[in-house]
Structures are given as structure tokens and as C-alpha cells.
Design a protein around this ligand. Structure first.
Ligand code: DGL
Length: 288
């Protein structure tokens, strides 16, 4: 292969989009960080709005959804995937990484790394599935065995955010109940263990004592993404294409809800994800 041909191939690889997905508008907190830290990247965003919330679902369901989304993203020719959903990270990321041959980044490890730099009494607010999986506790203790971790599952937050009820007094009441046990434990750091929750930051900040650090793993997964792109020499140096938004549910509803957080009206397309067959690995696991 000539030098010229190699350069053309490299340029093609760089230009490929990054795939980002979540159950809904939560992943927009990651998308915002991508725009901030990696403004040259083209992005494909998928929100599985027909099946949200993910946070009450089983590992089998989350894994199956992850497979369908990743198979579709591979067809879209993405160069890597950022899983902008802690629930998928907690329940399915390690299996998805074994099954798909492209870099797949998750939030939990970068979030845990950032949190132990800030404090030693760490609170995590997350979906019930993420909290029950103990994924944050395990990740944190592996990095810093002396840290103390308290995790609270917050089942009402995602539906309230998806219904745009951020400033509803009821949301504040619910938030107060979720945060109370963490404040009682005198946490010094709070991790947003679900990508939807930074949308609630004005409400949460009002309720939390001022000295508590807030860690948003979105910021740190994007830093990790930038490092990975440097490592594989696929950081885009060309002008990016506009972000393409896809949903499994109602495109108008997603567009309407996103405007405030994106600062523009996204063009959103509805897609149907074909089911993928279970791999032998999973069939074996489900026999146990
Ligand atoms: N935003 C996702 C997360 O980080 C999923 C929330 C949900 O659908 O319950 O966990």
C-alpha cells in the first residue's frame, strides 16, 4: 500500500462518527461534554425512548437492548461507542465488550476514578438497577479500598426528567427523600450515577450542603474518550458533520425535550432496531 493510500485510510477512520446511546435524554449530558471537549467529532446519538426507563429492568433485558443498539451502530460505521447510560454500563458493558470488536467506553470507571480524587465518603445516586448492582461500590473500592460508599436507588427521577417536571415541587420533595440518607452519613462527594441526573443539578444543589463535591462522570468519560482517540490516532481533525439523532419512540417528544439542553432544535428520526439472536455465551449463562 502506498503512503498516499495509508493516509486516505487514516483520514477515513478519523472522520467516522462516535456512537452515543442512552434510554432517553440522559445521554445529552454526555453529548454536551463531547461538544465541549471534542468539538471536531461527528456523533450519532440514539435514545431508546420506547423502552425507557432502563433502571428497573433485568440484566438480560439491558444486555439484549445493548446488543441491538451496538449492532445497529456497527452498521452505521461508528469508530467507537460511548455508553451514555450507567445502567447499561453496570449490567452489560463487560459482556458487550467481549461481543463487539470496537472500543466501547463506559461512565462508571472514569466516574469512580474522579470521585476518589475528591473525597473519601462517597454517595452515589443511581437507578435502582445500577445501585443494586454495586458497580460503583466495586469500582471505587478497587481504586481506593479505604473509601466509604453509600448508594441510593432513585426510581422516580428518570420518569420526572423525561416528563420535563424538573421544577415541579414534587420533584424537590422526592429529591429530598433520596438525598437525606446520604446527608445523614455526612458524605463529602456525590456522584451522579445516572446520566439523567445532572439535568436536576439546580434542584439538587439547593438541597445539598455547600461543601459536598458533585462528580459528573459524563465529564470524565469524555476525557477518557479523548485519550482513547489519541491512542488509536483517530481524533478527527476535519470539520464534523451535524449530530444525527435517532429514537425508538416519539421523535417530536424527544426533540421538544432536548431543545433546552442542546440549545438548538435537533432533527430526530425514529428507527426500528431489529432484534438480534442471543449469543451462545448468554444462552449458557441463563441456564444457571
Ligand atoms: N440514563 C441512564 C443511566 O445512566 C438510564 C436511566 C433509565 O432509563 O432508567 O442509567
Amino acid at each position: 500500500m502506498s503512503n498516499e493510500e495509508i493516509l486516505t485510510l487514516k483520514a477515513e477512520a478519523q472522520r467516522k462518527p462516535i456512537g452515543v446511546f442512552d434510554s432517553g435524554v440522559g445521554g445529552l449530558t454526555v453529548l454536551r461534554e463531547l461538544y465541549r471537549q471534542l468539538p471536531n467529532e461527528s456523533i450519532i446519538y440514539f435514545a431508546d425512548t420506547a423502552r425507557l426507563p432502563y433502571g428497573n429492568r433485568s440484566r438480560e433485558e439491558i444486555l439484549q437492548f445493548g446488543r441491538e443498539i451496538l449492532s445497529w451502530m456497527v452498521q452505521q460505521d461508528v469508530k467507537m461507542v460511548v455508553v451514555a447510560c450507567n445502567t447499561t454500563d453496570a449490567l452489560a458493558l463487560s459482556t458487550l465488550r467481549e461481543e463487539f470488536n470496537l472500543p466501547i467506553l463506559g461512565l462508571i470507571l472514569p466516574g469512580a476514578r474522579a470521585a476518589v480524587q475528591k473525597g473519601s465518603r462517597l454517595g452515589v445516586i443511581a437507578t435502582p438497577a445500577t445501585a443494586a448492582s454495586n458497580a460503583y461500590r466495586h469500582a471505587i473500592l478497587e481504586i481506593e479500598p479505604t473509601a466509604q460508599v453509600w448508594q441510593v436507588g432513585c426510581p422516580e427521577f428518570v420518569p420526572l426528567i423525561e416528563q420535563n417536571r424538573l421544577y415541579d415541587p414534587y420533584t424537590k420533595e422526592v429529591a429530598q427523600q433520596y438525598l437525606a440518607p446520604l446527608i445523614d452519613q455526612r458524605i463529602d462527594t456525590l456522584i451522579y450515577g445516572c446520566t439523567h441526573y445532572p439535568h436536576l443539578s439546580p434542584v439538587l444543589r439547593e438541597l445539598l450542603p455547600l461543601h459536598i463535591w458533585l462528580v459528573d462522570p459524563a465529564e470524565h468519560v469524555v476525557t477518557a474518550t479523548a485519550q482513547e482517540l489519541d491512542l488509536i490516532r483517530e481524533k478527527n481533525t476535519f470539520p464534523p458533520l451535524p449530530t444525527r439523532f435517532y429514537v425508538s419512540g416519539c421523535p417530536e417528544q424527544f426533540a421538544k425535550l432536548s431543545i433546552e439542553w442542546l440549545g438548538f432544535t435537533p432533527a430526530v428520526e425514529k428507527i426500528y432496531l431489529p432484534p438480534v439472536a442471543l449469543s451462545p455465551l448468554v444462552s449458557l449463562e441463563s441456564v444457571d
